[in-house]
Design a protein around this ligand. Structure first.
Ligand code: PGA
Length: 249
């Protein structure tokens, strides 16, 4: 059985009081006990967030890391720093990082390696832009993203990888891939993992869907055989909505 995961990507939202209020509300909810729940606050809130959720099964994760170990990289955060405060999962390759901060295939490959070197779990994001989908190039875009930044790692390291398929045109737009479109891409990703590694690896990796997942569409998306959970942006900022998505499994 693959692990079911629902991860909330808060992006650059929630200051300290807002984080405390959202997390306090979340820890008081009945959350599906077979779902691994994660939340990704901004860097300064990671430590206080961990304090608030420490009696719960909620894991606090990071939205980004720098690809270097340490040194003269003003404004950046290393995996080892996160590890020292007990954060050991990181999102890498989110489309906003790729598009706004010009994170290239090679930088992302280095980030993946930097995280795995510290025994992190990596949530590696892939997904095509609208234009590519219209031109029917979505499979080749995702295939390249996997090949260029993820498939250099060993089979053993793949055990610490979760993939999130997030079509860029569905992020924050209210538009979701249909459950069939999500399933089709998730199955394609699994095939590519099997081709590169083997079936056992492909079958064991959780593949999350992201892009305008809401309480009213989560159940249909999560019911697809190759969808193992979700990476949730907007709806993770509201405790009731996020809970409803977690409990949609
Ligand atoms: P959204 O964001 O749920 O607001 O569309 C998803 C994401 O960017 O991870």
């Amino acid at each position: 059985m693959r692990q079911k995961i629902v991860a909330g990507n808060w992006k650059m939202n929630n200051d300290l009081p807002q984080s405390i209020s959202l997390l306090s509300s979340l820890v008081s909810k009945e959350l599906h006990n077979e779902v691994k729940v994660m939340v990704a606050p901004a860097f300064p809130l990671l430590y206080p967030a961990k304090e608030i959720v420490k009696e719960s099964n909620i894991e606090v994760i990071a939205q980004n890391i720098n690809e270097n170990k340490n040194g003269a990289f003003t404004g950046e955060v290393a995996a080892s720093m996160l590890k020292s405060i007990g954060v050991t999962t990181v999102i890498i390759g989110h489309s906003e990082r790729r598009a706004i901060y010009n994170e290239t295939y090679s930088v992302l490959a280095k980030k993946v390696e930097a995280a795995l070197a510290q025994n992190f779990r990596v949530i590696f994001c892939v997904g095509e832009e609208l234009d590519a989908r219209k031109k029917n190039e979505h499979f080749s875009v995702v295939e390249n993203q996997l090949a260029e930044s993820l498939f250099q790692i060993s089979e053993n390291d793949m055990k610490n990888v979760v993939i999130a398929y997030e079509p860029v045109w569905a992020i924050g737009t209210g538009e979701t891939a249909t459950p069939a479109e999500a399933q089709e891409m998730h199955a394609f990703i699994r095939t590519k993992i099997a081709d590169k590694y083997n079936n056992a690896v492909a079958e064991s990796i959780s593949i999350l869907y992201g892009g305008s997942v809401k309480p009213d569409n989560a159940q249909e998306i999560f019911s697809q055989p190759d969808v193992d959970g979700g990476l949730i942006g907007g709806a993770s900022l509201n405790a009731d909505d996020f809970t409803a998505i977690i409990n949609a499994f």
